[in-house]
Structures are given as C-alpha cells and as structure tokens.
Write a protein that binds this ligand. Structure first.
Ligand code: ADP
Length: 549
C-alpha cells in the first residue's frame, strides 16, 4: 500500500525560498581587499538571483536544461548564479579556473556551454581561450577587471550589473522534477581525463541536509563559515546550499586566497568555521607562526580533499581550532565520511586516533570493501580493499556529452551500480574509514603494499619538513619502491640519513625509502592536492636529483 504523505519535490528552489524567507538577514560577506568587504543578505541574494534569471532567459535566451558556466572565485555573485541557474531549470556548470588550457577548452566544448559568467579579475585567463571555446556565445563579466581583453573577440560581452539592473526581483520559478540536473562539475583529472558529474536537485537537497547534521558540519545561524574551498571544487563541499537551509553566514575570500589575507579576514570578520584542503591550512599555519593574529573565533575547521597530516591537526588543536577531517569526491557531492569521534572515545586517548581517520559513513552513504579478486572484505579494521559506495548523492554514471548516453566505465562502476572510488583502505567494525592510498598511488613492493600516505604523514611530523610526497618508482628487485620527495623548512639542517632514521621509529623497516630527493615545492593539482602524476613523470625523465641511501 502507498503512504498517505505529501510528495513535495526536493529542489534547489525550495532551498532558495527557505533561505530568503526564513534566514533573509543572514549574510554573504565577500572580501574585497580594500578594507571594506561587500555585505549582502540572503534576501538580497535571492532578489538578485531572480534578476539574473530574468536576464539569462530574456536577453541571453537560456532555456530548458541548457548549461550556464561560471569561471569565478568564491563571492556573492557566484552564490547568485548557484541559485538563479538551477532554479530557472538550467544547469550550473562550475569551471575549475586552475585547469590547464586544453582541459578547460575540452570541458567547455563537452558541456556545450553557451554562456560563461566570469569575474573580471579572471579575464586574463579566460579571454585567450575564447576563440577555441566555439560553443560560447555570451560572456557576462562581474566585478573589476580589464574588459579590453575581450575587445574584437567573437563573443557578445555583457556587464553583470548592467545586465541585471532594473529587472524584476521576483521570478516565477518553474515546478521542477527533483531528478532533473541542477549542476555539474568535472573531476579535476588527477588520475585521468576529466569526467562530468551531474548533480540533481534531489541529490543537492539531500546532501545539504546531511552537511547540516550535527555529526557532519552541524553549523547553525550563530555561525559564520569561511568558505575557502572553491565553489568550482564540488560545489564548495555543499556549503552554499547547506547554509541557505540553516542561515549560516558565509565569508567568501574572492581572489584573496594567500595566507596573509586569509589570516587578516579571520581576525577582522571572526568566522567560527572554515573549510579547505590541507595545503591551504599548512600555509596559514606558517603565516600565523611568523605573524600571530587573533584567530580565536575560528573553532571548527573542516579539512578534506586529501589526508590531513597528524602534525597539522595537532598544531591547529594548539591554536584552539578543532579540525574535523572528512573524505569525499566530486562523484560523492562530496560528503562521504566525517571523522566525528564516537561518544565513548571522547576525552580518552582513542579520540585523536578516531579524528585522524577519514571518518564515519552517514546513513545516506552505503559502503563496502572489495578485494583484488572482487571478494567482499569484512569491516574488521584490518582487511584492506578498494572502497565502493552508493547512496542518494553518489554518482551512478558520467555525463556523456550533449545528446550522448551517460557513461559507466567498468573501472568506475561495479556491475551492480556501486561507485568504485579508487581509494584503498580499511573500515572498522563501527564504520570508520581509514584510507591508506589511492589505488593508483599504492606502492607494490615485493607483493606487499606500502602506504604512501603513511610515509608522508610520518615525514611531515619531522620538525624540519615543510612538505613530503612519496611515490612508487620502478625497482629491479622489488617491482616498486618508495621515492621520498621532501621540501625542507627554511634553515633546516636534516639530511636524508637523519630523516630515514626518524622514519625507522615510525614505520616497518622494509617500508623505509632508499631513494630521496629534495624539491623546492611538491607539485600541486588544480585543487591544491599533491600531484603525484607529475612527480612520477619528473622521476622517469630524470628531472629529480635523487640520492640513494
Ligand atoms: P580529483 O580526483 O581530481 O583529485 P576529487 O576532489 O574528486 O578530485 O578527489 C577525490 C579524491 O581525493 C578521493 O578519491 C581521495 O583519493 C582524495 N581524498 C579526498 N578526501 C580525502 C581525505 N580526507 N583523505 C585522503 N584522501 C582524500
């Protein structure tokens, strides 16, 4: 028998309506770098989103489920696009502005973007590519920048403020099917070609509810969240949607992502929460060590995107910023696990260990581990296998291009539809995930697996080490062995032998790297993760100065 309950569609429009009606006074604060941050209430954002939707439909002819791309920093106008585009029925396509030119042009063509909204400060990056972005007809420029870079080009250029000015501040948003596409994001291609993940209204709605749960980020309207994670990196981990559900304010850094302005905005705007990948926090930590600031408002920091080194968590704890580690992927919206320790561990020596795991699965994410031959492995905290997940906000396929069928590559989806994450780890009996590696980064030495992450974490706990990345390199005897690449802090005195000695008290002897190289910086991907593909290539091409102990 069927239920007797109402069946109201779960849509982004519902989130917008709620945010503007119930939390209309909450604010999006955008850093401007000139001492006067821009402040806009959720109510104003809603009104301007309606104006933008009118402009996109009436002037630019955006219709149905057409993609509208953004090439923007985190700021209020980007939040306006986040709501205007999906609520009018179109699909928001956030472009990763740090991708190489060829990938960007490929992605824009694949998504058939006809309109791009761009920040003026990014025109230097976008303008030279527009001739190759043949699907693009309109560029809408927001904020200061050199508009002459677009002179003589093929596309029609609009000014964001002029385009929306004078339009109705309400929009009769269409009733949408909750399964329709609302937004899309291409994976950043750390381990292969970019692939388009298309989020539905329903998946965004359910994901936002999960982000807001106490065992996830658990923020309320008393909080102000510093959203450092880019809006083009998996929807800024769901924060713009989640905050409109709960009235959490957002502090947006725009283009001011360097450690000094970040420290300055924390001191002056006093956010209570912040979210970013570990490399951002390493930079901030160095800045605060060199020049202490009052960052006492910031008590909760969400770290994800790559493993949080224990040394970073400890250092932040000392500063009174409690780190909450989380794991996710573009394909998982991204919230997959969150490391909130279980009640019985609070205040015990076990607590820190729980916080260092990637975290516990929420009810909306089912997980299983798959062994090398496809066998199911138990959740015993010891059996390591590839993590597979399924759930309401997990991708079941990739975008196949305009008019094309969705793609389900065998190495990404199991025959019964689960997402193969490519991450290798163990799950404890109480549902906490500990990742040891990406499948492609595991070091296979003489039939045993060495975790590159474990070696990196151990190395980064050495007082002289600023950064360390470990990759597998070919070895005649063992098949593969670890190569340790290290960035030393200024004035550091450690040499390879002393680093190896330091490691020997922390990992098994057979795992100790014998190949070492000092590097000026670990190469990073477009979203700030260690780029091990580049390191492996540099090693293969003899570009690294390797010492063998
Ligand atoms: P890309 O795959 O291009 O790097 P994603 O942001 O989708 O882009 O990356 C997802 C991957 O990042 C995960 O599969 C995992 O390998 C890694 N990752 C994310 N969060 C963590 C974490 N907390 N610890 C370790 N690895 C993580």
């Amino acid at each position: 028998m069927l239920s007797t309950m109402q069946d109201v569609p779960l849509t982004v429009t519902r989130i917008l309506d709620h945010g503007t009606a119930v939390h209309g006074n909450s604010q999006v604060i955008t850093w401007t770098g000139n001492g006067a941050p821009q402040r806009r209430s959720f109510r104003e954002i809603g009104a301007r989103a309606a104006q933008l939707a009118h402009a996109l439909r009436d002037d630019l002819g955006v219709e149905d489920d057409e993609r509208v791309a953004t090439f923007m920093w985190n700021n209020a106008e980007h939040v306006e696009a986040y709501f205007a585009v999906p609520c009018m029925g179109a699909v928001l396509h956030t472009l990763n502005l740090r991708l190489p030119a060829e990938q960007l042009t490929w992605i824009v063509g694949h998504a058939a973007d006809r309109v791009i909204i761009v920040n003026g400060s990014l025109l230097g990056l976008l303008a030279p590519l527009l001739d190759r972005m043949t699907t693009v007809e309109h560029v809408v420029v927001s904020g200061p920048g050199d508009r002459s870079l677009l002179d003589g080009g093929r596309v029609r250029v609009h000014d964001y403020e002029e385009l929306i000015e004078g339009r109705a501040t309400a929009y009769d948003w269409p009733e949408l099917d909750e399964r329709r596409a609302a937004a899309m994001c291409y994976t950043s291609g750390t381990t292969g070609d970019p692939k388009g993940v298309v989020y539905s209204h329903r998946s965004i709605y359910l994901h936002s509810m999960q982000v807001n749960m106490a065992q996830s980020m658990g923020l309320t309207d008393a909080d102000l969240s510093l959203v450092v994670v880019p809006q083009f990196h998996v929807n800024a981990w769901g924060l713009p949607h989640a905050t409109f559900m709960t009235g959490v304010g957002m502090l947006m850094p725009d283009r001011f992502l360097q450690p000094a302005p970040l420290a300055e905005m924390i001191e002056s705007e006093r956010p209570t929460h912040a979210a970013a990948v570990p490399t951002i926090w390493q930079g901030l930590l160095a800045e605060l060590t060199a020049k202490p600031r009052d960052v006492s408002s910031l008590t909760q920091v969400t770290i994800g995107g790559s493993a949080c080194p224990p040394s970073l968590m400890e250092a932040f704890d000392t500063l009174g910023m409690r780190v909450c580690h989380a794991w996710g992927m573009t394909e998982t919206s991204p919230l997959g696990t969150v490391a909130r320790p279980p009640a019985h561990a609070l205040g015990t020596p076990e607590e820190f260990g729980y916080r260092l795991t990637q975290g516990r699965f929420p009810a909306g994410v089912e997980a299983r581990l798959s062994g090398p031959d496809g066998t199911r492995l138990p959740w015993d905290g010891e059996s390591a296998g590839e993590l597979e997940v399924r759930g309401n906000w997990i991708a079941g396929a990739y975008y196949g291009g305009a008019g094309g069928e969705a793609i389900r590559p065998e190495d990404k989806f199991s025959p019964d539809g689960w997402l193969k994450t490519g991450d290798v780890g163990v799950i404890s009996p109480d549902g906490f995930l500990t990742l040891t590696d990406r499948a492609k980064d595991v070091i296979k030495s003489g039939g045993e697996w060495i975790s590159s992450v474990e070696l990196e974490n151990a190395l980064m706990s050495h007082p002289d080490v600023a950064e360390a990345a470990v990759v597998a390199v070919p070895d005649e005897k063992w098949g593969e062995r670890p190569l340790a690449t290290v960035v030393l802090k200024e004035d550091a005195t450690a040499d390879y032998a002393s680093l190896q000695e330091f490691l020997s008290t922390r990992v098994a002897k057979w795992q100790l790297p014998e190949r070492w190289a000092l590097v000026p910086a670990v190469p990073k991907t477009s979203v700030g993760k260690f780029d091990k593909k580049v390191l492996r290539r540099q090693y293969a091409e003899g570009e690294l100065d390797v010492t063998r102990l």
